[in-house]
Design a protein. Sequence first.
Length: 354
Amino acid sequence: MKMTISMKQLTDWPMLALGAYLGLITISSLPANGQDRVYPKQGVPISGKLIEVSPDQIVLEVRGKNQTYPTAEVSKLVFDNEPTALDRARELISQQQYDQALEEIKKIESSGLKTSAVQEDFEFYRWYCEGQLGLSGAGDKAAAERGLKTLAGKNRNTHHFYPLCELLGQLAMASSSPEAARPFFALMEKSSSKEIQALADWHMGELELALANSAEARARLQKVANANFNAANMNSIKNLSLVGLARCDCLEGKVSEALEQLNKLVRNNDSADHELFARINNAKGECYLKNNQTQNALICYLQTDLLFFTDAQAHAEALYYLAQLWPKEGNGAKGVDARNRLKSSYASSVWANK
């Protein structure tokens, strides 16, 4: 069934997408023939004819029999006769090299793409990279949001549905619009994957923290912290949820308990996890500011700046606070330097525009 989407309807995309998820819209853009390939996160690639894609599963005909793969357990889907640059872009995205991936995508002549499925992947990765760069302050968040919503209007049953929802929610959060992010993270809760549901809970917890709703945030984050996961990558989300729970304590005035939890995370984890340690240090800085201990707060944010700067969003936050704290410690020049670096490196970030 085909449906024409008006511009007005696109502005109401989250609710429309929920209807689509419930089965009101079906996909009609699969490649007709050839050897497509599914790459599971664990195991070897499988070649066959693509029969069906949806937010929750991918069906491939292999030697005359249909095989079903949960979308959340697939690292990538490669189409027959697609441009080699498209798969190079996927690999770069898996390494979080979004600027290089976007350069690969720009090499592709969209008018020469052979199927609407390949065209959809091209469009998705184009705007996905732009959005991820936007989160780091280097890309055009507004353009990425428009592009992703337009793509969703064309096909709500894409296998990219949940990553698309997640990024749209993150872009809304990065624009200081937590309530605008809520519908997108809520759509992720509809997934059949326990991991994606947990990811939705974590994002919802972060959203409630941004609104200073500690009780609501705690309920979400505790759910993630208590969950049992088979996927190794979910340990990172559990640790980030523990950071969030410490921030809940801080919001409620339980600063000592928060710092104890954060220091425990430092002892129990490898500092090679830059995202985790950047968030730990920033959360400790938040705690010390709550206690009016500006020097200790400065040291925490400085650790993020000097040691864990590869996490762009956390680094931007640290620079924002360093710009405020250095003058209080008698070094206005370093405060100016922090502010200048924030503006130059993360110009479109929420922290640079506060």
